[in-house]
Design a protein around this ligand. Structure first.
Ligand code: ADP
Length: 312
């Protein structure tokens, strides 16, 4: 057992009505690392996170969080993990300070005023301490929620879509704070749908239909996927591009067709099949074709295309 792993679980499985919504998931994450948790809606991210923080009992699987046994020590794990849910779970009719004080009481924390003051300072909330939580914008609510889940000084943060609906400036501030926390040795697992956020993580885990389909750094995940990618741009009317999308998606061997700015990426693992697919359009006037590097989104879309859909 590696003492440097904050998360070390295998075989994690959760079934609802006979259906495995999390299916044999293994995850290892070193202390102080930031792991982005990606995947389509309903793919099992929240369920996985809730099993990791001791809120949900797995139907199968084993392992440790912060060195504590997932099943036997669920209560102790809960006390050492900071969990931020998708929904704002604080009291709208209490002020920022009152909310933090309330959470500190729930955790029965010693030195409550000091901890609340520190949390207010750390997240830049001090000047708004008396403001009602309900009157805050999305970005400020998110800061308050993060402050609340840091109060008990957790060593592992499990953040479930913390930046959904938050503006770009607030998202950047949030990520700066996440990196500061990681530099202090706090481990972070954070689910997100944003590719720019995925790129800010040390490593990534991609889940679809309950199965972990990719794991590693951005570079490793792109390399493992082994995609051949062509990019096509319209020299004139952009409509010439949109007309390609459906026929290319249906072509054998094409795993992903996705627009990036003014270009469309066409990707697959078998370069010859992708070339055959684009062959029909290669000489069409007004289009410019080039080979391209695969990016994360190409990989994720192609992984979903290949995944066995156990929901069907
Ligand atoms: P994600 O966080 O990736 O969007 P979830 O973990 O929330 O995915 O959900 C995974 C799947 O499990 C979904 O199909 C969801 O409907 C189902 N699910 C989650 N919780 C329950 C529950 N308590 N009862 C039945 N089905 C559930």
């Amino acid at each position: 057992m590696n003492g440097d792993l904050a998360i070390d679980v295998r075989g994690l499985t959760k079934r609802y009505d006979g259906r495995a919504v999390v299916d044999d998931v293994a995850l290892q994450l070193g202390t102080g690392r930031i792991c982005g948790f990606l995947g389509p809606n309903g793919s099992g991210k929240t369920t996985t996170i809730r099993m990791l923080c001791g809120l949900l009992t797995p139907d199968a699987g084993e392992g440790r969080c912060l060195g504590l046994d997932l099943k036997r020590d669920a209560l102790a794990i809960k006390r050492q993990v900071g969990y931020m849910t998708q929904r704002f779970g604080l009291y709208e009719d209490l002020s920022i300070r009152q909310n933090l004080d309330f959470v500190a009481r729930l955790f029965e924390l010693p030195e409550r005023p000091r901890r609340v003051d520190e949390a207010l300072q750390r997240l830049g909330l001090a000047s708004r301490a008396q403001q009602l939580a309900g009157s805050l914008s999305g970005g400020w609510k998110q800061r308050l929620a993060l402050a609340a889940c840091l109060l008990h000084e957790p060593r592992l943060l499990l953040l479930d879509e913390p930046t959904a609906g938050v503006d770009p400036k607030a998202r950047r501030d949030f990520w700066d704070e996440i990196h500061r926390l990681a530099a202090e040795g706090i481990t972070v697992l954070v689910s997100t749908h944003y590719m720019d956020e995925a790129e800010r993580c040390h490593e990534l885990a991609y889940i679809a239909y309950g199965k972990l389909l990719a794991r590693g750094t951005e570079r490793e995940i792109i390399d493992q996927a082994g995609l051949a990618v062509w990019a096509v741009q319209a020299e004139g009317d952009p409509a010439t591009l949109s007309a390609l999308l459906e026929p290319l998606k249906a072509a054998p061997g094409v795993l992903s067709v996705a627009a990036f700015g003014s270009a469309v990426h066409v990707a697959g693992q078998d370069a010859a099949l992708v070339e055959a697919a684009i062959g029909a359009f290669r000489d069409r006037p007004g289009l410019r074709w080039t080979r391209a590097e695969a990016n994360l989104e190409d990989v994720f879309i192609s992984l979903i295309g290949r995944a066995p859909d156990n929901f069907a």
